[in-house]
Design a protein around this ligand. Structure first.
Ligand code: 26V
Length: 802
């Protein structure tokens, strides 16, 4: 291929002209990006082949991470960095008059996820490959990733996302490895060697075609695989309206998270889930059988990890293969299955726990339903032996009850490991949400606090800070992020603090330019950049943030002597298309922004920015430019959060509740380096259990609260009428179920403290430094090592260092 700048340039020019049949001068940015991407993919290929060969020849155990979401973002710069060719390529391109930064912008984000869960999967793949661990991803190649958000007149409008419009340069289609997946039809029984057997007949087939994406480790020649399945019509003849069949088939991999508020959407979502697991497991077993005679040893060589309950049909699907195809008995099949499968829970919110109506499930997946039914009956029988007569308990724990299949129960019963994603989350699972399951199998439950790739979120996203860190403590932190702690030894190094300050200022200036370009609004890089970026959800309480901004606005207007360090509040958030309340909050943020940003009386103190279409590539520009990280979910509700870790690693100081991983951030960074406010999780859970909260009391007793809440409907926002009535009602009529008013006063107080702290520049920089220094724990490398040691039992299988 190429090993230096000159070779790179020559090959690049030759490739470009050969592929596109035009001269370099006539080429577009897209031609150039595609040429470069395909060169890098080919560069990676020999290592990809060798990695697979290495895993095969050593017979090492391999793990497959099954996930309905992978939020990869862009891959060009990431891959260049990981293969150590960033400088060669960047310099070579420069000599051709191409700016790599600009070329990078051509790549569409692979946005195959909603938020934290999907991005976690992407960080895990990065860590697995970088740690030379045999771990691969299995997902769906959605034609349209998460919708593109446009804001029109303050309202969110969703447009279909088009990441595949120009093709995806990193993928390799493997049509010869396609697999047919059966849906509908019936189950037939027959006897064989005296035993009763079952087969699924008259099914409608959907063909799953794999597209493989190489997952390149950092500074190693390990290249794992992310296999994404695309749904295509089956080539077999069928007695059906062919166009209708084609449409129905292709719809399976058309959209990420189709609207499932109606039956048709629910069926589609269930189809996606079975499509993913069935294609993945059939292909995994197919390659396993090339090297192994018996499926009984499967757990010794294969681990299947299910990322939340979406891929939980892996359990009955593996059972089906072992029973119907491999002809094992139930007990053997069950032992193999449970030893192979492990499960991560990512939420305790009851509305997010999947339950599928039998009336939809059974006709779509008749054999799978039968197997779940059998699992349920055997499980309930065991419970009966353990708790004779305790119907109430058995009903509550059953996998099938009240006409529904409870996917979380199936996941716990059918796997050998159940983990939460932060200490407090796992404790809540063990002590409350899943306490009855914990009682019968305590050994299954464990915690794996989430992590993020420090390579993507610090080394790549914030190269100047990364370089300063390396200059200060040496380069070992890249391979071993916990050694970032050595930064703590430089707490009094004025020059270091000064440089950190300059880097943050530079990053804020870049973001300010972006804000100007996107919104037309000028923000002052000397102001505090106070940021809340994440999905819009009531429990994440963007409402608390915006109500507090309204309060600040009123204070500045009403009180001439009021003084505060100027602030720029920045939001980024997508609301689920059918989530009416969340969309109202987006509108409210825009109404406040409109009022504040156009009021010259407050403008030297306050600006409110909403950055539309929040996604991975935008996040990479925001985290390095943030001073204050808003992590303000109602305590007990956010399982972990991972944005909180990205901010911390980039030197932002958390302002948050004691929820999710914020608690561990506080433990690591030190109480003096984080701003904590609000109810604790146990206080919240206590209110839910015993009552005692009356939001109206807070409204009546606190004039600040009354003022802002009244502003939602009293003409404060001209021309909006009763636009915000739903929000007003949620706070006062529905007793504010996320404790926004309850936490308002302490939130306002902590903001005052944070503002004051910021004015002490040295003090602030030290807080920032301590956050970076203790962020190494939150590298996904640490998380993945824990999964590898405690759950998967896999080892590092190193090739050579690049
Ligand atoms: C999904 C839904 C869907 C229906 C309506 C309400 C609702 C509420 C929450 C969810 C979340 C589903 C699972 C999930 O994405 N969990 C996130 O996982 C992250 C990675 O572990 C973690 O950092 C976040 O705290 C957690 O919310």
């Amino acid at each position: 291929m190429f090993s230096n700048k000159e070779e790179f340039k020559a090959l690049f020019l030759q490739r470009l002209e050969m592929t596109y049949g035009k001269s370099f001068n006539d080429s577009t940015k897209w031609d150039q990006f595609h040429t470069l991407g395909s060169m890098i993919r080919e560069y990676i290929s020999p290592d990809w082949i060798q990695t697979n060969e290495r895993y095969r020849s050593t017979g090492t155990k391999q793990v497959y991470y099954l996930s309905i979401e992978f939020l990869l973002g862009r891959l060009l710069r990431h891959n260049l960095m990981n293969i150590g060719m960033e400088e060669v390529v960047s310099n070579g391109l420069k000599e051709l008059g191409i700016d790599l930064d600009e070329l990078e912008e051509v790549e569409a984000d692979a946005g195959l996820g909603n938020g934290g869960l999907g991005r976690l999967a992407a960080c895990f793949l990065d860590s697995l490959a970088s740690l030379n661990m045999p771990g691969h991803g299995c997902g769906i190649r959605y034609k349209h990733g998460l919708f593109e958000q446009k804001i029109v007149d303050g309202y969110q409008v969703e447009l279909p996302e088009q990441w595949l419009r120009h093709g995806h340069v990193w993928e390799v289609r493997k049509a010869d490895l396609a697999i047919n997946i059966p849906f509908w039809g019936t189950v037939e029984s027959y006897t064989e060697k005296g035993g009763l057997r079952f087969r699924h007949v008259d099914a409608e087939m959907i063909t799953a075609v794999p597209y493989d994406i190489p997952v390149v480790g950092y500074n190693t020649n390990t290249v794992n695989t992310l296999r994404l399945w695309s749904a295509e019509p089956s080539p077999y003849p069928i007695n059906k309206d062919i166009l209708k069949y084609k449409r129905e088939t292709e719809s399976v991999s058309e959209f990420l998270y189709p609207d499932d508020t109606h039956d048709e959407g629910k069926i589609l979502r269930l189809k996606q889930q079975y499509f993913l697991v069935s294609a993945s497991i059939r292909s995994i077993i197919r390659s396993y059988k090339r090297n192994h005679a018996s499926l009984l040893k499967l757990p010794q060589y294969i681990g299947l990890h299910i990322n939340d309950t979406h891929p939980v049909l892996a359990i009955p699907e593996l059972m089906r293969i072992l029973l119907d195809e491999e002809k094992l008995g139930w007990d053997q099949a069950w032992e193999v299955t449970t030893k192979t499968i492990s499960y991560t829970n990512h939420t305790t919110l009851s509305e997010a726990l999947e339950k599928w109506p039998i009336r939809l499930f059974q006709p779509l997946l008749p054999r799978i339903y039968m197997i779940i039914n059998e699992i349920n009956e055997r499980f309930c029988k065991d419970l009966w032996l353990r708790y004779p007569g305790d119907w109430e308990r058995i009903e509550a724990m059953a996998i099938i009850a009240h006409g529904k299949v409870k996917m979380a129960h199936l996941a716990i019963v059918g796997s050998h490991s159940v983990n939460g994603v932060a200490k407090i989350h796992t404790d809540i699972l063990k002590q409350r949400e899943m306490v009855r399951f914990f009682e019968i199998s305590p050994e299954k439950f464990n915690n794996k606090t989430n992590g993020i790739s420090h390579r993507r979120w610090l080394l790549k996203a914030n190269p100047r800070l990364a370089a300063l860190i390396t200059e200060t403590i040496g380069p070992s932190w890249v391979g071993n992020p916990s050694s970032l702690s050595h930064l703590g030894e430089h707490l009094n190094d004025q020059s270091l603090l000064g440089q950190m300050n300059a880097i943050k200022r530079g990053n804020k200036e870049s973001l300010a330019l972006k804000i100007k370009e996107k919104t037309g609004i000028t923000v002052d890089p000397a102001s505090i950049f106070d940021v809340q970026v994440k999905r819009l959800h009531a429990y994440k309480r963007q409402l608390l943030n915006i109500l507090h901004i309204m309060h600040l606005y009123k204070q500045i207007k009403d009180d001439q002597s009021f003084n505060m360090h100027p602030r720029t509040f920045i939001f980024g958030a997508k609301a689920s298309p059918g989530y009416y309340y969340a969309k109202k909050i987006i509108k409210l943020i825009h109404a406040v922004a409109d009022k504040v940003n156009h009021d010259p009386k407050v403008n030297d103190k306050l600006k409110v920015i909403f950055l539309e279409n929040y996604r991975v590539s935008l996040a990479e520009e925001i985290f390095p430019a943030t001073d204050i990280s808003e992590q303000i979910s109602t305590a007990s509700k956010e399982a972990s959060g991972t944005g909180n870790m990205k901010f911390m690693m980039n030197g932002a100081v958390t302002l948050g509740t004691l929820d999710g991983a914020n608690i561990e951030i506080m433990e690591k960074a030190g109480e003096e380096n984080i701003f904590v406010f609000g109810l604790s999780a146990s206080e919240v859970l206590n209110y839910y259990q015993n009552g005692g909260y009356h939001s109206r009391e807070y409204y009546h007793l606190d004039t600040r609260i009354r003022n802002v809440v009244d502003s939602l409907g009293n003409g404060f926002f001209p021309g909006v009428g009763d636009e915000f009535e739903t929000i007003y009602d949620s706070l006062l009529m529905q007793n504010d179920q996320y404790f926004v008013l309850r936490d308002f006063a302490s939130y306002a107080d902590i903001h005052k403290q944070a503002g004051k702290a910021y004015e002490n520049e040295q003090g602030w920089l030290k807080m920032s430094l301590m956050n970076i220094a203790h962020s190494g724990y939150f590298s996904s490398d640490r998380t993945i090592r824990e999964y590898a040691d405690d759950i998967w039992n896999i080892n590092s299988s190193p090739g050579a260092v690049r």
